[in-house]
Design a binder for this molecule. Structure first.
Ligand code: NAP
Length: 309
């Protein structure tokens, strides 16, 4: 698969990334390893080089299962870019602390150390702040990043779900450019096309990573486990437009939905979340499809549900 630079860093990543959110389930550690091994090896064979995690994916089990795959095949480590995230905290009992976001220095540093342990690696290639924290102190985050860099624990940093003003606030406190902003972008979630996120990515050479590029499965063969906000999506019209275009072009609906993202000049990298080796492989077909301006706009118009102004 073609590779592109990650932001303005020296790291490169495949045109499609692989997302590890679904490779594990709480309470199913043995099954996790088998699922993770099958999915990760299929993704590596198909040319994916960026693997995305978060400390909270399956309460840490996704990182642990991935770490077990790396221990079994240590040669993988130098061939891939390992990304993970911190900043979301679940409610704690019995303290009563609520579900919250925490970009304090202590939480960032401690989460990083725990992720390194679970993954069984010395350095995280790309460390992302999972969600903006309204109580974030940009200078404090900059301090945490520089501690982690100096300790050799992290190579590059990025953010996720940050609005342009939040990226700008953090960036002005950092000595090095942020590499990525990981945001939800798909034909079912068009927010990044109008909130300035993609323009900021282009202007600042930040790579946009697209999470749930198939709407969590709603644009594919079905959604197994989607986020609450995605339950409100109405995929029927987009699915039928994609199917008609796929028939005309002799390709698949999912390949076209991904190719629609790849066509954007910001260099969007869709993060593929399937755990099915065949689906992981067939998604790569998207990278061979050139969508015309007319096709791109006709899908956009259906996705918007109302004509362009
Ligand atoms: P997605 O690709 O939109 O959805 C994947 C889901 O669709 C899987 O459950 C998959 O099931 C199903 N699916 C059904 N048919 C499929 C087909 N033909 N091809 C591919 N998938 C098909 O992405 P996602 O899993 O929601 O998210 C991808 C990644 O984004 C995650 O792994 C994570 O790394 C990242 N993420 C980040 C955030 C954030 O806040 N930063 C939030 C959510 C996700 P099967 O496994 O059975 O194929």
């Amino acid at each position: 698969m073609q590779k592109i630079p990650l932001g303005s860093t020296s790291l490169h990543c495949s045109r499609l990334a692989y997302g590890c959110w679904r490779i594990a389930r709480v309470g199913a550690e043995a099954a996790d390893f088998a699922t993770a091994r099958r999915a990760v090896l299929a993704a590596v064979d198909a040319g994916y080089t960026l693997f995305d995690h978060a400390d909270i994916y399956c309460d840490g089990h996704a990182e642990t299962a991935f770490g077990a795959v790396l221990r079994e095949t240590p040669s993988l480590r130098d061939r891939i870019v390992i990304a993970t995230k911190c900043g979301i905290r679940f409610s704690d009992q019995p303290s009563g602390a609520p579900y919250r976001y925490d970009l304090s220095r202590d939480h960032i540093v401690q989460s990083c150390e725990q992720s390194l342990r679970r993954l069984g690696i010395e350095t995280i290639d790309l460390y992302q702040l999972h969600r903006p924290d309204w109580l974030m102190d940009a200078a404090e985050v900059a301090g945490a990043f520089s501690e982690l860099t100096q300790a050799g624990k992290v190579r590059e940093f990025g953010v996720s779900n940050f609005l342009p003003a939040q990226v700008a606030l953090l960036q002005q406190a950092l000595p090095a450019p942020l590499a990525v902003n990981q945001i939800e972008i798909s034909l079912l979630q068009l927010g990044a096309l109008s909130d300035g996120a993609l323009e900021q990515c282009q202007a600042a050479k930040i790579t946009p990573l697209a999470w749930s590029p198939l709407g969590g499965g709603l644009l594919a063969d079905g959604a197994v486990d989607i986020l609450d906000a995605q339950k409100a999506y109405e995929p029927a019209a987009v699915v039928s437009a994609l199917d008609a275009m796929a028939r005309a072009r002799g390709t698949t609906r999912t390949a076209l939905a991904l190719a629609w993202l790849l066509r954007h000049p910001a260099g969007i990298v869709p993060i593929i979340g399937s755990t099915d080796p065949a689906r992981i492989r067939t998604a790569v077909a998207a990278t061979e499809i050139q969508i015309s301006r007319e096709e791109w706009y006709s899908l956009l118009t259906v996705a918007r549900g109302v004509p362009l102004p």
